[in-house]
Every structure is written in C-alpha cells, then in structure tokens.
Design a protein around this ligand. Structure first.
Ligand code: SF4
Length: 390
C-alpha cells in the first residue's frame, strides 16, 4: 500500500501548540508510536481516496493551468455547478496563452453565472502577468505564484501540491471541518490563533510524497463523509484517529458562528429604450460586479416609492421621460441581502445621456447584450428584452 501511493515517512513528531504528552498527540488521543499513527492515517486516507474519488474533468491529468482554473472555480462553488463552466472555459481558453490573449469582457462573459467575478479578473490578470514573464503555464515556484493576483495560501498549496507534488498544506472549508473534528478543536476557526493552529496541523499531517492526493483526499472526505450535518463516521477511513468520534462530539464540532441577519433591500431598475436601442452602464473598477454592464438600478431612498426612485435615477443619467409600465420584479440574493428589484420600461427618453455613477454608458440593440458580461439578475432582464423585441 505504501508503495502504491508513494508514501514517505515523517521522522519528526507532530508539532502542536500544546505540551506533548507521550510520543504523539492527536487531539486528545495518544499513540505509543507516533510514526505508526502518522502512517496509518495517511495510508488509510489515501487508500480511501484512490477507491472513492469522484470523477471530475480536472482530475484526469496533472496540468498546472487546468488545476489552477478548477481550483479558482471551486472556491465558494459546488463541484456539480463548476463542471459545465470548467468545460466551456477550457474549450475557449485551453492554454494560459489563450487566456492571456483574451479580452477581459470575454472572460467575464464566460464566467457569468458562477458569481464572485473578482476570481475571473484575478485569473485573467495573473495569466497576463505570467505571459509577460515568458511562462506557458503556472510555474512550480511558490514564491512567485504567491505574488500573483488571486493567490492566497490555500490556492498556492492546492494547485502546486496537485500539479507538482509540492509539499504544501491546504486549509479550506471541508478540510478545516475534518481537522477540527480529528483534533477535537471546538474554538472558532475564524480566529487567527485557531486558523494558525489548523495550518500547522495540516502541515504536520502531510506525507512526504503524494501531497496533492492527500490534500484532495482531506477535502473529499469533508465533502462526502465528514459533512457539516450527520457525518458518516461508520464509513470514515480515519475514524480511529478522530477525537470528535471518540467523544461523540461530531455535531458540536466545528464551532458554528451565529447566522448572519438577513436584510431585505428594495431596488428599482430602469430599462430605457430610444430608437430601438437600450441604455446600459458599465460599473466602475472595484466593488461588486466591477466593470460589468447593467441596466441602471439603485436602492430606494427612505420613504421613496419605486416610481419616484425611477425618476431620480433617470434624472441622474440626464434623461427625462414618463416612467412605466412596470415590466417585472426580480428577486435575488447577494450574501446576506435579499433584493427585490422593480423594473420599469421607459420609452422615448429625452435629453443628453450622462454617465451618472457609471464609467461608461452605451445604447445597444438587444442582440448585442449576448456578448456583454451581465450579473445573473441583469441577464434575466436582458432575456426579457429579447422577448419584447421579437
Ligand atoms: S470519524 Fe466522523 S467526525 Fe471524525 S473525521 Fe471521520 S467522519 Fe469526521
């Protein structure tokens, strides 16, 4: 088994920020022989992963560029959602060179629906920086990679361990839950001291070889066995090492932060038509949906009705017209905000268009909207316009 997974052995004991008792401490469990416990956990987890890893397109090969794209897409997004986006992205930008050559708008358009667009911009910027330095793929150089936009400690470790077998640990939501349960850590993992401790523990568990598979196995275990609710401890390959399991505290670990309060927000959007074209604005740099296009919208002021807010928005863009009728109301969520956006159709607006808070404004035909990056609620609105125009 050791041969099959190319496992090495660690000679030093686990380094924990608590005093050691005996040869090795894993949470509250103690083993007479620390090497045996290290090897046992690593072997069990890698053997389980080898048999149970879910098929994913990026797992077919060890290409650093492809692993990088998949890792960025998987941040805050489920595997099943990512797969079709990943396949489309790879068809369009099969190499780092193709991505670096692309226009930012094309990359954002392809990312549309995945959300967290900052990730797409960082990918594109990093690809351009690497191409300028003469690289054809993401290099096996943690110091350089850590300076690129979008690369935090997790992404550096995840990509380089999988692509190049760099012995770098990872801590993300799934593996963090496994680590907390394994070591019986019930403190808040968002606290810097606890987070630090988790990184040290993740590092201490890494085998000398197969770091990429080991990291993936930790994440996979968290995703399918050591789930937030009702973990399947009976099917867990490392249960004999698990403090939470031994103490029957799986449901109480990890620490759960209080749920954020939901806030309702009412917005108004104006869909302005002049001479068969529609008015759209490009959002400024920075902030949510940076540099993406949209139909003008903003939140209602205190005591404002949607109609009054629509007139105010129209005036801010230098236009004057009769507001109405109401086209549709779009409901969507952004983090803790539940947004209800009332959309008004406005025909024959008069006046000289000014850009208001936007970087640019344009009058476009409905067919042109297909090529521009829009947020998901704005895309719903654009689809409705195609119906109106047809
Ligand atoms: S034994 Fe249970 S709680 Fe512990 S790591 Fe495995 S699934 Fe998670």
């Amino acid at each position: 088994m050791t041969q099959a997974f190319g496992l090495g052995c660690r000679n030093e004991p686990y380094r924990l920020d608590r005093p050691e008792r005996g040869n090795c401490e894993i949470g509250n469990l103690f083993f007479e022989n620390s090497q045996m416990s290290h090897h046992h956990l690593q072997r069990r987890l890698l053997a389980w992963f080898s048999k149970n890893a879910r098929a994913m397109p990026w797992r077919r090969e060890r290409d650093a560029y492809r692993i990088w794209i998949s890792e960025v897409m998987l941040q805050q997004t489920q595997v099943a959602t990512v797969i079709p986006f990943y396949e489309r992205f790879m068809q369009r930008f099969p190499t780092l060179h193709d991505l670096a050559q692309a226009e930012e708008e094309d990359v954002l358009r392809l990312w549309e629906g995945l959300g967290y667009y900052r990730r797409a911009r960082a990918l594109w910027q990093s690809a351009r920086l690497l191409r300028e330095k003469g690289y054809t793929t993401l290099p096996d150089d943690p110091d350089l990679v850590a300076t690129l936009p979008g690369f935090g400690r997790y992404t550096v470790g995840a990509v380089l361990s999988q692509a190049y077998e760099r012995r770098l640990p990872i801590v993300e939501a799934n593996s963090q839950r496994v680590l907390c349960r394994l070591f019986g850590i019930d403190d808040d993992p968002s606290r810097a001291a606890v987070k630090n401790r988790l990184w040290k523990l993740a590092e201490s568990l890494l085998p000398l070889k197969s770091s990429g598979n080991f990291n993936q196995a930790m994440m996979e275990l968290g995703a399918v066995i050591c789930t937030p609710m009702k973990p399947q401890c009976g099917a867990c390959p490392i249960r004999r090492h698990c403090t939470a399991n031994q103490q029957d505290r799986q449901e109480g670990i990890p620490f759960k932060a209080r749920a954020e309060t939901i806030e309702n927000v009412n917005e108004v959007a104006i869909v302005v038509r002049r001479s068969g074209r529609w008015l759209i604005g490009q959002r400024p740099d920075g902030g949510r949906w940076a540099r993406m296009w949209e139909f003008p919208h903003h939140p209602l002021g205190p005591g404002e009705t949607p109609q009054t807010a629509a007139y105010r928005l129209l005036a801010a863009l230098g236009l004057d017209a009769e507001v109405g009728p109401e086209m549709m109301t779009i409901r969507h969520s952004v983090t803790r905000f539940r947004i209800s956006m009332t959309c008004f159709l406005i025909n024959q607006a008069r006046g000289q268009t000014s850009r208001g808070d936007y970087t640019k404004v344009r009058w476009v035909r409905s067919g042109e909207l297909a090529d521009l990056p829009l947020s998901t609620p704005q895309r719903r609105l654009a689809r409705r316009l195609l119906e109106i125009d047809s």
